[in-house]
Design a protein around this ligand. Structure first.
Ligand SMILES: O=C[C@H](O)[C@@H](O)CC(=O)C(=O)O
Ligand SMILES: [Zn+2]
Length: 278
């Protein structure tokens, strides 16, 4: 288990960040290392983002001093999405087969969580999001087919896409985690523009399905002070509650968004008028 800690940043301080400092604070550059779990613990809503990539054998979810309890999920809940080859997650003896794009919600209080790949030549990649929880709900698999699909955008705005709401109050009960996957159609590059903030929740964006040399220009910052981070395949960006979160790619891509905070109301967004953006 590898874990690094990020402190929260005041928006006034972020105004003077250069590219490198912006990346140090908000970009999560590495999520997958063979036979490891790799985590970033953010003090923004105590959101933990990570990855597990089992190759030689199964990988266990273990705790650490930073997590602060004997088991990782003693006081937390976990969202898992498989973005690699076919895999399997075992939670206290119950086995969940996760095909590519399938998700699993793992309840607070689960003790033994193990990640496996079905074929080591095409390893599973489990993208992990964890938020604090103080009540236990049911562990549940949400296949991509069970998600609530919302079709949005149009080709004239280069943003035709499907939002799959996977860990969402209409699908599964959780303490605070809300998570989904947005798939852009070919020739569509924009997400979430016009943009929004939601001061009640933070959000983490994880971009994937990108070739090696493609990039997404992720837009962040206060609406009047926008900044960008150039993101490569399988990298994530932490979006504090005061920040916009939007992106434009050099081609289409897929991303997973996950939120934690005060409410679970997906529609509770503060829309930013175009003429406010600077
Ligand atoms: O608060 C919600 C999030 O920003 C995302 O759901 C937006 C998104 O997936 C999209 O517009 O494609
Ligand atoms: Zn949002």
């Amino acid at each position: 288990m590898k874990i690094s800690v990020r402190h929260a940043s005041h928006p006034d301080a972020v105004r003077s960040f250069d590219s490198e400092t912006l990346r140090d604070h908000f970009l999560v550059p590495t999520l997958f290392e063979a036979d490891e779990t790799v985590f970033t613990y953010s003090h923004v809503d105590r959101f933990v983002v990570g990855g597990a990539m089992p190759v030689a054998g199964p990988v266990k979810l273990v705790s650490s001093k930073e997590i602060g309890s004997p088991n990782f999920l003693d006081r937390r809940e976990l969202g898992v999405v498989n973005v690699g080859g076919p895999g399997r997650v075992t939670v206290d003896g119950a086995v969940y087969e996760l095909a590519p794009r399938d998700a699993l919600y793992v309840a607070m209080g689960s003790k033994d969580v193990t990640f496996e790949s079905l074929d080591r030549s095409e390893p599973a990649k489990f993208y992990l999001n964890s938020t604090p929880a103080h009540a236990r709900f049911e562990t549940m698999k949400i296949s991509i087919g069970q998600a609530k699909a919302v079709h949005l955008g149009d080709p004239a705005q280069s943003n035709e896409r499907t939002i799959y709401q996977m860990i969402h109050p209409d699908v599964v009960r959780t303490a605070q985690l809300v998570l989904g996957m947005t798939v852009l159609k070919p020739n569509n590059m924009w997400n979430t523009m016009p943009c929004h903030t939601h001061d009640r929740r933070c959000e983490v964006y994880f971009y994937f399905d990108l070739p090696e040399d493609a990039r997404v220009f992720h837009l962040m910052g206060e609406p009047e002070q926008t900044r960008h981070i150039v993101v490569a395949n399988e990298q994530a960006v932490i979006s504090p509650p005061w920040s916009i979160h939007s992106g434009v790619g050099t081609r289409n891509y897929t991303f997973i968004w996950a939120m934690g905070g005060d409410n679970q109301d997906f529609t509770d967004m503060d829309f930013v008028a175009m003429d406010r953006l600077r």
